[in-house]
Write a protein that binds this ligand. Structure first.
Ligand code: KG4
Ligand code: ZN
Length: 397
């Protein structure tokens, strides 16, 4: 089985092709995973503007698809172009004119390996939410066009589940295969748009234990970076600046700035990060000489404040619900310190849990995570007709 997957919920255009081999003991074979980043565009404005991101997706989707299909060896140049009717396609893509301009020459020139009755791709998976609505719609309309034109069924995928399920993909291509003994599972999903603690008592059964009441953790990284005059996205830049610096809470006390850890001791599993951002803003206003030393100290303290809260709340939930597995997912989990400190904490507390973290390039948004989550939906035969597919920007897990 081969799944083509499309991710456009925020500012990354991701297209991946995943092959699943074998029925009894299936294994994964990643044929391609191409991410076209819009960072250079959004950098100039210090953040993501949805309509601008939508325009970029329209430009990037077809080139990314071509690259992804070529790498997977699934693209074929048509022998001779039969007369084709693009009327319905024009209707499907009436809100994506830039995309329509690119997709018609694509369909004229290329086709998929296999036959028109049985193309070499079995399913097309796509993120239908949560995310930025205009961005979700471009990916969805694109997938509708592909599904209609190639006659391939669609699998809709929840973005949060994709961040969780990518952990099922092992380095050796094996499927992680969470078993009964691995449950309950606790997932911490931390990205630019979400901060959620999700309990899974069994595969497919989710309960949101807590979530952010205001800004997401990644959003906090991004906003604090902006206050400090740093570029977008703030998370990796703050992480880089913080490298090698110690904070008062981690020991040597080189840093003089101490920021709050909002809601760290509350009994619930909710988060709040907007107060942290405000604290950075007020502290920053008092500083006259905003030299690199100051920025590094602020960076390490922002990073540590976020890490402290995420770890404390996750470990509390893990203990309260006696979980056997902790899964981390979402862009913020690309953070090396967060990963290292999570591992250290679990060891120190002697918790008998298995910690799963994706490789950094699969923590941030990509098409492969959508393909993996799509595979689990395909197994349940949950398909969607292109006519029925729609974006759900506030989709819950
Ligand atoms: O999951 P993701 O790629 O997109 C959303 O679904 O939002 O997450 C993007 C977020 C951004 O806020 C970015 O600053 C943050 O992940 N991020 C990081 C790191 N890499 C990306 N935050 C902290 N440390 C990093 N190394
Ligand atoms: Zn994400």
């Amino acid at each position: 089985m081969k799944i083509l997957a499309v991710e456009t919920s925020c500012d990354d255009t991701g297209i991946a092709i995943l092959e699943i081999k074998g029925n009894k003991n299936p294994s994964f074979n990643v044929l391609s995973n191409i991410v076209s980043s819009q960072i250079e565009i959004h950098k100039q404005y210090g953040g993501v503007y949805p309509m601008m991101a939508k325009r970029e997706h329209q430009k990037n989707l077809v080139p990314t698809l071509i690259q992804s299909l070529k790498q997977a060896g699934l693209l074929k140049i048509k022998n001779k172009s039969k007369k084709q009717n693009f009327k319905n396609l024009e209707k499907i893509l009436e809100r994506e004119p830039e995309l329509l301009k690119k997709i018609i020459p694509f369909f004229k020139k290329y086709t998929l390996k296999g036959t028109s009755e049985k193309p070499d791709i079995n399913y097309i998976a796509v993120t239908n939410g949560p995310g930025l609505e205009p961005c979700l719609w471009v990916g969805i309309n694109f997938v509708k066009a592909l599904s209609y034109f190639w006659n391939i069924p669609i699998i809709e995928v929840n973005h949060i589940k994709a961040h969780i399920f990518v952990n099922e993909l092992k380095e050796n291509g094996k499927i992680g295969g969470l078993e009964k003994k691995d449950f309950p599972v606790l997932a911490l999903v931390v990205s630019g748009g979400h901060t959620q603690l999700v309990l899974m008592t069994e595969l497919g059964k989710y309960q949101i234990l807590g979530e952010t009441r205001d800004d997401a953790a990644g959003e906090c990284f991004d906003k604090c970076a902006k206050i400090l005059g740093l570029s977008y996205p703030g998370g990796p830049i703050i992480a880089k600046l913080a490298e090698g610096i110690k904070t008062p809470s981690t020991g040597s006390g080189q840093a003089k700035i101490i920021l709050p850890r909002p809601m760290i001791s509350t009994k619930d599993y909710d988060f709040s990060f907007s107060g942290l951002k405000t604290a950075v803003l007020y502290a920053d206003r008092k500083v006259k000489n905003k030299n690199i030393k100051y920025k590094k100290q602020m960076a390490v303290e922002v990073q540590q404040a976020i890490i402290d809260v995420l770890i404390k709340k996750t470990i509390k939930a893990a203990k309260d619900f006696k979980v056997k597995t902790i899964i981390l997912g979402g862009g913020v989990t690309a953070n090396k310190e967060l990963r290292a400190q999570f591992k250290a904490k679990i060891e120190k507390e002697n918790l008998n849990v298995n910690l799963l973290i994706p490789p950094a390039n699969l923590s941030t948004d990509n098409g492969l995570m959508v393909a993996v989550a799509g595979y689990f939906r395909a197994k349940q035969k949950k398909f969607t007709k292109w006519q029925d597919l729609k974006a759900e920007s506030n989709l819950r897990i």
